[in-house]
Design a binder for this molecule. Structure first.
Ligand SMILES: Cc1cc2nc3c(=O)[nH]c(=O)nc-3n(C[C@H](O)[C@H](O)[C@H](O)COP(=O)(O)OP(=O)(O)OC[C@H]3O[C@@H](n4cnc5c(N)ncnc54)[C@H](O)[C@@H]3O)c2cc1C
Length: 400
């Protein structure tokens, strides 16, 4: 007889691990399955920024686009509260530091962006303070003299992307969840009251076999694979994949306590607890495709010279001391966004018992996505309006 679960979470990135942990704590029988290893993809390769201000990608396309992106602010505030207590609840270090985040401006235009952005954020309840150059000299003397102002959010900071998901997976397991790696969901069949899910499992000797389990609810926490996974359930889940560049420097003495972002350029940088400086911010990389042009997400994607150089230049422009620090590695990760910069979070239309979350900064927002999905599965009414994130909102005739 097939194993039976209340909740099967597909995907062992941060979102899947959090959802499995929260559902298991709710008392559900949970299976968490990943086709590879826990944290092998975006959740383990990202910049680890916990950013609650609107990011550059959300303000670069004008005020209306920024207003739409700001609709996710309730998720930002929820996630900030969840990150604040996560290490205590998980019971392991996750590298969380909430030492504040600065979004910097170097021109009058960018100062205008900061002012507009801060107004929007405050209207949604995010506390943001604008610092002038004199205050920055005290608070962030490492910034270039060309930086004329910055918005400071005290909630922002970082977590360690290498630590977070594995620790949460261990917490899920301790809470009673079954965790399986090298277990790829290949087939989904609707049965009364749930789904039969068939996983192709690979053992340590490389042998393969199928295992079918029965699930009352299924969570797709599958990042860039989400559109493809949707097809197994005959559901349309549009996502836009991106390959993004990251760079890490050698270890240096403490220099940058804040998360630093830029109001007019792609840039995020921070100093990790191991004292390396992580540089990112959305510089594109080469997404490797299959012969038919579809992205080959399981392959290694390639950094490009213009992006690595552009990202490094943006970092050195903001923090001149970085010019003297050696780079030790660049890499690429893949992630998803939606055209309106809002995530997809919620029940999958016309697909009973199937839930999804992906899109945008799902490392920062993962705790909130997981909390909301777990609540939906348990039949609790969401305390945040999920209409803006309806996975079906891009369908013709949708009114959400
Ligand atoms: C370079 C880079 C930097 C980023 N920086 C930040 C940042 O600083 N802050 C931030 O908030 N966000 C950042 N992001 C975005 C963030 O990393 C992602 O939004 C987030 O990690 C997504 O987590 P996830 O758990 O949904 O997906 P993933 O971590 O991608 O996990 C999905 C999992 O699903 C599994 N899977 C797929 N198909 C199947 C299947 N058929 N069966 C079983 N398992 C399957 C995969 O193996 C994978 O492990 C960044 C992204 C990149 C690429």
């Amino acid at each position: 007889m097939a194993e039976r679960y209340d909740v099967v979470v597909v995907g062992g990135g941060l979102l899947g691990c959090l959802t499995a942990w929260m559902a298991a704590r709710d008392g559900a029988r949970v299976l968490l399955a990943d086709k590879d290893q826990i944290n092998q993809h975006a959740s383990g390769r990202n910049a680890g920024s916990l950013h609650f201000q609107l990011e550059y990608r959300m303000v670069e396309r004008g005020k209306e686009a920024a207003r739409v992106a700001a609709e996710a602010m309730p998720l930002h505030l929820d996630a900030a509260a969840l990150w604040a207590r996560m290490e205590d609840e998980v019971g392991e270090p996750l590298g969380v530091r909430r030492s504040g985040g600065l979004m910097i401006a170097e021109s009058a235009d960018q100062v205008g962006t900061l002012e507009f952005k801060a107004g929007l954020e405050r209207s949604w309840g995010l506390g943001v303070r604008t610092l002038d150059r004199a205050e920055l000299d005290t608070v962030a003397p490492y910034l270039a003299p060309t930086v004329v102002a910055a918005n400071l959010s005290a909630l922002e900071g970082k977590a360690d992307a290498r630590l977070a998901a594995p620790a949460v997976a261990r917490a899920a397991s301790a809470a009673g969840a079954t965790v399986r790696t090298r277990s790829r969901l290949d087939r989904a069949d609707r049965v009364p009251g749930g789904w039969h899910l068939t996983f192709r499992e690979t053992d340590h000797a490389g042998g393969e076999h199928d295992r079918t389990v029965r699930a009352a609810a299924v969570v797709l926490a599958t990042g860039v694979w989400t559109t493809g996974l949707g097809r197994l359930f005959h559901a349309r889940l549009p996502t836009v994949p991106l390959a993004l560049t990251m760079t890490v420097t050698a270890k240096v003495p403490p220099l940058i306590p804040h998360l630093v972002q830029h109001a007019g350029a792609r840039l995020s940088l921070k100093q990790s607890l191991d004292r390396t400086v992580l540089i990112g911010g959305g510089w594109p990389a080469r997404l490797i495709t299959n012969a038919d042009g579809t992205p080959a997400f399981d392959l290694k994607h390639q950094p490009t010279v213009p992006s690595v150089a552009g990202n490094a230049r943006a970092a050195v422009n903001a923090v001149p001391a970085l010019e003297r620090i050696p780079v030790v590695r660049t890499w690429v990760g893949t992630t998803t966004v939606a055209p309106d910069q809002l995530p997809l979070v919620g029940a999958v239309k016309d697909t009973p018992g199937v839930f999804v979350a992906t899109g945008g900064s799902a490392f920062t927002l993962g705790p909130s996505f997981a909390r909301l999905l777990t609540g939906l599965i348990a039949g609790r009414a969401p305390d945040i309006d999920l209409a803006p994130y309806d996975p079906a909102r891009f369908e013709e005739g949708s009114t959400s």
